[in-house]
Design a protein around this ligand. Structure first.
Ligand SMILES: Cc1ncc(C[n+]2csc(CCOP(=O)(O)OP(=O)(O)O)c2C)c(N)n1
Length: 531
């Protein structure tokens, strides 16, 4: 007679969920026992890493990923990256063990109290099945919930004694739609507004990349002869940055962002919130006289926008439909993006010097995973991303995502047979939040290069304190950390690179290796302004 465990594994197989990211405990062992040969368990040494890896893996494979966590303490450890998965809109099926049903009333050790409340409000659905026999069907519902727009993480709390119970007949492995087209009438109104605009501007966000819609985005920009900005602080890039229409990344503050859009009467935002701000710099949301049109697949994101008219729909379907509907414009090409100033030589390198060197040695088809807060402007000035799926970071602002995400992304490159080289740039502060992900990369022999700009401080927090005029904040310096020793301890190769040529050579070697390499690069400690 089939058990709940048998039926659940059959369903996981049918749904293509045969890779399990996790960190095991006693509450998970009954699920994991006699782990099937056709499944792959990716062990992370901390739950934050398990979730970050699963998130990166899901984004590259374009399919949901399964993370199996230890009951309440494991879920708690995972929470930072569950918050990030929510903002990244990554479909994750998060399962966590729960103590034995028979004992739950007396709350034994490792009981998850109010398990469905624990991950809220950062999951689309949280559930603990009422009967053991409901586990497989709950998994099916979790899957269908995670992958429908807006995509995101879901959570199941699963008591450890459920797995051995006799199963009900298996649930059907169902399919659901993962995108929806915009309302045709409202779409025509948007197209008409763009067609009659004197000077339209386009702002593209991460959902354009998630939708695989670069071509449609380019087609609309060329049809309208309109400049294209990246939405502020995007988690993925959405438009070829070598295209003559590309104008750069909008600043993540109210007044400065509106200043960039001055002169435009219509601003179309596709696949991003309106807008993702960070420091509060007061001002108007839009320049005087501008109208905003917003395309999103998330009704909440549409509702939150402080200005503008919204249209619900998949970024790709909507861009393609708009490109068909608008007539070709007749106006001069938008002005070219100003070239960045030349890099000044210095020792140690400046952030600009570091990223200019990386740009010179960047591998064809390279993928960047970025978590280098104060150096982001320099990075975006020097490195250009011209193809889809080439840039990943967290949408949330929570550190501890980039390193494990890079491991999941590198694993997905291998598993999908794409084998794009993966380079992570992780600040020497950010490095420590999920540092144990390096061990998984080393065990999996992933050729991941991790460049660590070493400035021995939380530089962006110094910049924030300067902007907000709050001097005297403690805890912003990080002396006495041996990045090389830590990396070696987890089984990584390391080379300290202090000049551009050495960095180039070390990077090439790292990408040919059969394991991860950490490349600490000492950089100058002057603090770049936050805006
Ligand atoms: C989980 C989490 N904890 C704390 C913070 C606050 N925080 C934001 S940036 C930052 C410092 C990052 O330092 P580093 O990676 O060295 O980059 P730098 O600013 O020096 O470029 C900190 C601690 C955060 N964003 N997320």
């Amino acid at each position: 007679m089939a058990t709940v465990r048998d039926t659940t594994y059959d369903l996981l197989r049918a749904l293509g969920l045969t890779t399990v990211f996790g960190n095991p405990g006693s509450t998970e062992e009954p699920f994991l026992h006699a782990f099937p040969d056709d499944f792959h368990y990716v062990l992370a040494l901390h739950e934050a890493s398990a979730v970050g890896m699963a998130d990166g893996y899901a984004q590259v494979t374009g399919a949901p990923a399964h993370v199996n966590l230890h009951t309440a303490p494991g879920t708690g450890n995972a929470m930072g990256n569950i918050v990030t998965a929510w903002h990244n809109r990554t479909p994750l099926i998060v399962t966590a063990g729960q103590q034995t049903r028979e004992m739950l009333l007396l709350e034994p050790r490792l009981t998850a109290r109010h398990p469905t409340e624990l991950p809220q409000p950062y999951v689309k659905w949280a559930h603990e099945p009422v009967r053991a026999q409901d586990v497989p069907a709950a998994l099916m519902r979790a899957y269908a919930t995670a992958i429908q727009p807006p995509t995101g993480p879901v959570f199941l709390s699963l008591p450890l004694d459920d797995w051995a119970q006799p199963a009900d007949p298996p649930p059907q492995a169902r399919t659901v739609a993962t995108r929806f087209a915009p309302d045709p009438e409202r779409l025509r109104q948007f197209a008409a507004a763009l067609a009659t605009s004197r000077s339209p501007a386009l702002v593209y966000g991460a959902a354009v990349d998630r939708a695989g819609a670069w071509e449609a985005g380019v087609a609309l920009a060329e049809r309208l002869i309109a400049p294209v900005w990246s939405a502020p602080a995007p988690e993925r890039t959405a438009f070829p940055e070598n295209h003559p229409h590309f104008r750069g990344v909008l600043p993540f503050a109210i007044g400065p962002l509106a200043d960039q859009l001055r002169g435009h009467d219509t601003v179309l935002v596709v696949g991003a919130p309106v807008f993702r701000y960070y420091p509060h710099v007061p001002g108007e949301t839009l320049p005087d006289g501008a109208r905003l049109l917003h395309v999103t697949d998330d009704p909440e994101e549409a509702a939150r926008a402080p200005v503008g008219d919204s249209l619900l729909g998949d970024a790709g379907l909507t861009l393609a439909a708009l490109a068909d509907l608008v007539p070709p414009a007749d106006r001069p090409a938008p002005p070219a993006r100003p070239a960045p100033p030349p890099v000044e030589d210095s020792s140690p390198l400046s952030a600009d010097g570091l990223f200019a060197a990386l740009a010179r040695h960047w591998p064809a088809d390279g993928v960047l995973v970025q978590e280098s807060p104060s150096n982001l402007s320099a990075l975006r000035r020097r490195l250009r991303f011209d193809t889809a799926g080439s840039y990943f970071t967290m949408a949330s602002g929570g550190l501890g995502y980039g390193l494990p995400a890079a491991v999941g992304i590198a694993l997905a490159q291998r598993d999908t047979g794409r084998h794009r080289p993966v380079i992570a740039v992780i600040g020497d502060g950010s490095f420590h939040y999920s540092v144990q992900a390096l061990w998984t990369a080393s065990q999996l022999r992933l050729p991941l290069a991790v460049v660590v700009p070493v400035n021995q401080q939380y530089a962006i927090l110094k910049a924030f304190a300067e902007l907000k005029q709050t001097p005297g904040v403690p805890g912003l310096d990080l002396p006495g950390i041996d990045v090389t020793a830590i990396a070696r301890g987890y089984g990584c190769a390391t080379t300290v690179a202090d000049d551009p040529d050495q960095l180039g050579e070390a990077l090439a070697t790292a990408l040919r290796a059969d394991g991860p390499t950490v490349l600490p690069v000492p950089i100058r400690t002057d603090v770049p302004p936050i805006l």
